[in-house]
Design a protein around this ligand. Sequence first.
Ligand code: 4NP
Length: 149
Amino acid sequence: MKILMVCLGNICRSPLAEGIMKAKLPDHYVVDSAGTISMHEGEHPDKRAIKTAFNHHIDISQQRSRPITRKDFETFDKIYCMDINVCEEVISKAKNEEERQKVSLFLEELGDYKNVEVPDPYWGDMTDFEKVFQLLDKGCDAIRNQISK
Ligand code: 4NP
């Protein structure tokens, strides 16, 4: 099983989601992350994201931002998007129904259809990053339960 986490910049939400998901799954699962924009390509995650993960004993400091590519639709079985805009952007890149079926909203697995978006903490502070971490942690638990069924 190969899982891709996607947000806008691939420096805040999806690197955290990647780190948290990796910590919850055995090594043979492949977990990666990407962004829909290439603005931060090659950069390490935002310092606040690195610190938040570190507070929870997860090291995401070696990750590098990269934009999602067409090849990702072949490589990955599941593509989880952090918010609705990201999801629409990713779906617009899918070339057939099989690829579209791989794409879903990350928080949808929680079954709370009013709060399906992981809010972007980029313009916020450490409190916002911690809130995002908690949300991602819950979402990753739900995904782990779903895929291990
Ligand atoms: P992310 O956060 O999508 O969670 O990585 C953002 C990072 C950068 C920008 C926006 C959101 N930006 O506009 O540069």
